[in-house]
Design a protein around this ligand. Sequence first.
Ligand SMILES: Cc1cc2nc3c(=O)[nH]c(=O)nc-3n(C[C@H](O)[C@H](O)[C@H](O)COP(=O)(O)O)c2cc1C
Length: 168
Amino acid sequence: MDPRLHLLFSRRSVRRFTAEPVNHQEIEALLQAGMAAPSASNVRPWHLVTVTNRSTLAALAEAHPNGKMTAHAAVAIVVCGDPVASPRYWVQDCSAVTENILLAATALGLGSVWLGCHPNTDREVAIRAALGIPEQIGVLSLIAIGRPAEHPSARTQYDEARDHRERW
Ligand SMILES: Cc1cc2nc3c(=O)[nH]c(=O)nc-3n(C[C@H](O)[C@H](O)[C@H](O)COP(=O)(O)O)c2cc1C
C-alpha cells in the first residue's frame, strides 16, 4: 500500500458509534466534500438531506432493513438524485458524492457506513416518507456518520485475478 494513499485505504465501514456529537463545521466539511464530486457534464443532479434530530435518525433506522446503526449515529446524510436533471448518470454521480463523503469522514476522524437504497424501491419509499423527499427524486444512499466506537484496519483488497493488463 502506497503510504500516500493511506486515507483511501483507511476508509472502512464503521457501524458502531460513541454518543459524542459531530459539530457544525464537520458537517459543513462533509457536505463541501460531497458536492466536490465529479458528475457527467457537471450537471450535479444531487440533493443532500442532513439529519441530526434523534427521532428522525430513529425513523431512518426503521426505514432501512440494514440500517439499525443509524439510530445511534450523530448524523445521517441521505444522498438523493434528480433523474430529470440527469436521466443517464444520476446514479453514478450520486455514488461519487457518497464516496467523497466517506473519504472526508475518514479524514476528519469520523466513522461512516454507506447504506444502499436505490434501486430498492421499498427503501426509497420509506426514506422519502420519513424526510418529505419528493416522489420523483431518487434516494441513492443513506450514510450513517459518527465518532467511531470501532476501528477496522486500513487495507487494500487488491486482487491479482481481477487485474487485466493491456487486454482481459
Ligand atoms: C452500494 C453499497 C451498499 C451498501 N449497503 C450496506 C448496507 O445496507 N448495510 C451495511 O452495513 N453496509 C453496506 N455497505 C457497506 C459494505 O458492506 C462495505 O463497504 C463492504 O463490506 C466493504 O467493507 P469496507 O467498507 O469496510 O471496506 C454498502 C456498500 C455499498 C457500496
